[in-house]
Design a binder for this molecule. Structure first.
Ligand SMILES: Cc1cc2nc3c(=O)[nH]c(=O)nc-3n(C[C@H](O)[C@H](O)[C@H](O)COP(=O)(O)O)c2cc1C
Length: 177
């Protein structure tokens, strides 16, 4: 585990997923990278556009990342749930980096519903099963009540990496291109 290279990648519109991502990176003592869009999604118009983009799977414009995911053993990817779906910026990141992704784990923050569907979409885009998934409600993030869930997730990732000798394996999905 000591030598495993892990990268936490996340998008956050209003800071909730960012907070969990920072906690995860601190607990895993690893690098992190924020997916940044080139245009703003603030305000009511930004909210509505986000719902439409997520539902219609509209690609978003994201800035080039500084870190190459292929240099890591595990990428832990975080998204807010939008309209029971994966957020558009994370969908775009996953599509663009699919050939360079090692093993993956997923996390999301949400109001209360849609995490399973969002995780299913993430798995579909990357074409392999995650080694772990974590969903945390925005309420638990705001009240700082998410530490136990986070610790369980971190322990499970560390166990997986230790069992696999430092390189986790995400099983490829049969029939996925
Ligand atoms: C456009 C949009 C759609 C959302 N749709 C859902 C949803 O379907 N289910 C849910 O539980 N929460 C939904 N939420 C709430 C967010 O998932 C939640 O507030 C999340 O923690 C925000 O993360 P962020 O602050 O990192 O952007 C939605 C929020 C936005 C902005």
């Amino acid at each position: 585990m000591a030598d495993a290279r892990i990268l936490v990648v996340y998008y956050s519109r209003t800071g909730t997923t960012r907070k969990v991502a920072k906690s995860l990176a601190a607990a895993l003592r690893c690098d992190s990278e924020e997916v940044v869009e080139t245009s703003s999604r603030s305000g009511m118009f930004g909210y509505l556009r986000s719902v439409i983009d997520a539902r219609r799977q509209v690609p978003s414009r994201i800035a080039a990342g500084a870190r190459d995911p292929s240099l890591y053993d595990l990428i832990v990817i975080g998204t807010p749930v939008w309209a029971w779906s994966l957020s558009s910026p994370v969908r775009t990141y996953l599509s663009a980096n699919k050939p360079r992704l090692p093993a993956v784990a997923f996390f999301c923050t949400l109001g209360g519903a849609g995490s399973d569907r969002a995780f299913g979409q993430m798995q579909e885009v990357v074409g392999k099963r995650p080694v772990g998934c974590l969903s945390i409600t925005a309420r638990d993030v705001a009240s700082e009540a998410y530490a136990p869930q986070l610790a369980t997730f971190v322990e499970s990732l560390q166990r997986t990496l230790a069992e696999d000798g430092g390189t986790a394996t995400s099983a490829a999905l049969v029939g996925s291109s």
